[in-house]
Design a protein around this ligand. Sequence first.
Ligand code: SF4
Length: 427
Amino acid sequence: MNNVVPSGIASKDFSIPVIQERGQREVFCGLTGIIWLHRKIHDAFFLIVGSRTCAHLMQSAAGVMIFAEPRFATAIIDERDLAGLADVNDELDRIVERLLQRRSDIRLLFLVGSCPSEVIKLDLSRAAARLSRKFLPSVRVLNYSGSGIETTFTQGEDACLASMAPLLAGAPANEAPSLLIVGTLADVVEDQFQRLFAELGIDKVRFFPPRTSTDLASIGPNTRYLLAQPFLADAARALEERGAVRIAAPFPLGAEGTSLWFKAACDAFGIDSEHVQKVLAAKIARVQLSLAPHRERLAGKTVFFFPDSQLEIPLARFLSRELGMRPVEIGIPFLHRKHLAEELEMLAPDIRIVEGQHVDNQLDRCRVAKPDLVVCGLGLANPLEALGMTTKWSIELVFTPIQGFEQAGDLAGLFSRPLQRRLKLAA
Ligand code: SF4
């Protein structure tokens, strides 16, 4: 791992061949994003327009995390023919009305589409526009799709943020440059980042999504945005359509990714590089201490990624470069080559990257590879554990604060703990 602040990426034309695979997929749908989004936007409510299956998914995925009155629910739309659609719209209006009467804290309501055919027939964008007209100015209603036909689980956040982008006010062309951090971060991480940006010399920093739906940044040609998550293709496009310009950077995982992420922002804002180097070097030194025990356990171990969260490339980069692990295969649902360019340049050129999924073929390759650790979705973890493999649920990496310097040790622990547990069980 690097002992100094990395000075940038050496080659911009580096490319790793990517294997494309199509077949049965084993991933959660985009509804899952509601679990972390409803905790982030404190005055939003997510009304899933779906089936009992959707309600069960949300209950089982989020059940243990509900510690207050939940800010999501499912409006169950039963089977009916096209002639019954007018009734569905009336029913939806009644449900929304009842909900808003009961919950005066809601300022932003998302109608979240799902995959049952009855829901696909519904025009949720018209329903959202109709309900917005009725309930504005106190409540705005937006819609996006979390359908499993269209999305993997982190794409739910992408679709949600893309639906919010039109709400950002336009900033005049002569406004001072500002920085927008895009992607859900735990509040504690957001606060750390805000403080560090100030220490580095960037004061005008806003976050998207915001903690309250009315606290929205304005956006224009002087907005530079930095992605905090690698799965935000549609949201990024929507922001660029409003004039914002992306700062290319790796993602803020581990000491190296985090320092390059901050450094990219500082370069874009013309901050003195010696000052940046000095501030970041102290942080990196502390992270190295926190990573050392995990490196001892993980160095030389092999890791196999099944495609799930779209965090796979930055995680593989962190595990290989900072903890000495050897990625055998990195599966990823979609590879956004532009957003991940800086990450891909840091991976070993002989690494196997597989975009898409044919789960049977991938399971065969995993059995042959016999990796020390498998990062996969919940559905695959138990069968793989039964085969004697050690697994890590990829969904945990989205629920847990893992970005930034202070969290790097915890992130390493998420990978070293399952191996420790396996060792103890075998002892
Ligand atoms: S949106 Fe589709 S995939 Fe997701 S829970 Fe509902 S029915 Fe299942």
